[in-house]
Write a protein that binds this ligand. Structure first.
Ligand code: P6P
Length: 336
């Protein structure tokens, strides 16, 4: 009876190719998978277990927290803090980094995560997801500080997301390509379903929140106008638009069929002193790692996201990512 390749088996096989691997990384990814399975279970139950709606609190971003934002954050801490694979954690839902209790065993890794991205969709039953980024912890440091997290995206050991959609899918890169695993609820395992995913270099589909059009910088306005002009315009082909308001779902679509996603800088965000809406450390960097490993491209409109030097755990950044030739085109318009 063929079972298929489970996420755990796949990681153990991958670990065998890593010099000196101790199994701790495998243990960490397994802890992350457990957290995501638990979140998937709750997301799927929704109102049946009374967890929709707002928590009546705000996160560090000043955004209304959904009950599931808070619960998902607690699930991640519960799943990752106890097993001795991490030295500290950072989350969109926590102002400060999370230091382990003094009696907990410390591990070799730091994990940054957005436990439930796109949660404004949760009450209307639209796909949401978890995003995570894994860094090496500084050796021998009992309690890593914020500065130990503030590393550029190119230093990530691994990155991934779990999409809670019609099916629950774990998408992961450890720097050797991108693989997708689909959750088989009957026996609670993520099974390998898409190996070495690559993003088509061209596309006719763009994703942007067009309601911000009047605030866009000229290069973005030019790019979108050209797409809207379709085959009668300079692009010579028609384009389609998507906007789900859930970055995990947008990135997943792009991994599967190509596309360009953008949350650009604009005058409204600049007026608030923000370079973008999305967060560098636990949204843009992990998604950029995944997209680049799938032969795509990710910039802030001007430079590669993964080379940016972080200044703050919760700093925001402009994001343009997806099909390489389209990201290059839009980025070139910023240099024109
Ligand atoms: P807007 C969700 O809140 C999120 O961080 C991303 O997942 C998503 O792409 C974006 O913000 C949606 O932003 O302004 O369209 O609601």
């Amino acid at each position: 009876m063929y079972i298929g390749t489970t996420l755990t088996n796949y990681i153990i096989e991958a670990q065998r190719t890593i010099e000196g691997a101790t199994g701790e990384f495998t243990g960490l990814l397994n802890d992350i998978a457990v957290a995501c399975k638990k979140i998937s279970d709750l997301v799927n139950k929704g109102d049946l277990v009374g967890i929709l709606g707002t928590a009546g609190s705000e996160n560090v971003q000043g955004e209304q927290q959904k009950k599931l934002d808070v619960i998902s954050n607690e699930i991640f801490i519960e799943a990752l803090a106890h097993n001795g694979h991490v030295a500290a954690l950072a989350s969109e839902e926590m102002d400060e980094i999370y230091h382990l209790p003094a009696d907990y065993v410390r591990g070799k890794y730091l994990v940054l995560f957005d436990p439930l991205d796109g949660s404004s969709n949760i009450d209307v039953d639209v796909s949401v997801g978890t995003i995570f980024s894994i860094l090496k912890a500084p050796p021998g440091v009992e309690n890593p500080g914020t500065e130990d997290f503030l590393k550029p995206g190119v230093t990530q050991i691994a990155a991934g997301y779990c999409l809670y959609g019609p099916s629950t899918m774990m998408v992961l890169t450890t720097g050797s390509g991108v693989n997708m695993f689909t959750l088989d609820r009957d026996f609670g395992e993520f099974l390998l379903t898409h190996e070495n995913v690559t993003i088509p270099e061209d596309t006719q589909e763009f994703a942007v929140n067009a309601s911000n059009m009047r605030f866009w910088e000229p290069p973005v306005k030019r790019y979108i106008d050209e797409c809207l002009a379709g085959k009668d315009g300079v692009r010579g082909k028609d384009f389609n638009m998507r906007w789900i308001a859930s970055m995990v779902a947008e990135v997943h679509r792009i991994l599967v069929r190509g596309g360009i996603f953008m949350y650009p800088s604009d005058s409204k965000l600049k007026a608030k002193g923000q370079d973008g809406k999305l967060r560098l450390m636990y949204e843009a960097n992990p998604m950029s790692f995944i997209v680049e490993q799938a032969n795509g491209m990710a910039t802030n409109g001007r430079e590669r996201i993964m080379t940016l030097t972080p200044q703050d755990i919760h700093q925001r950044v402009a994001v343009v990512l997806g099909s390489k030739n389209e990201v290059e085109r839009l980025t070139s318009y910023h240099q024109a």
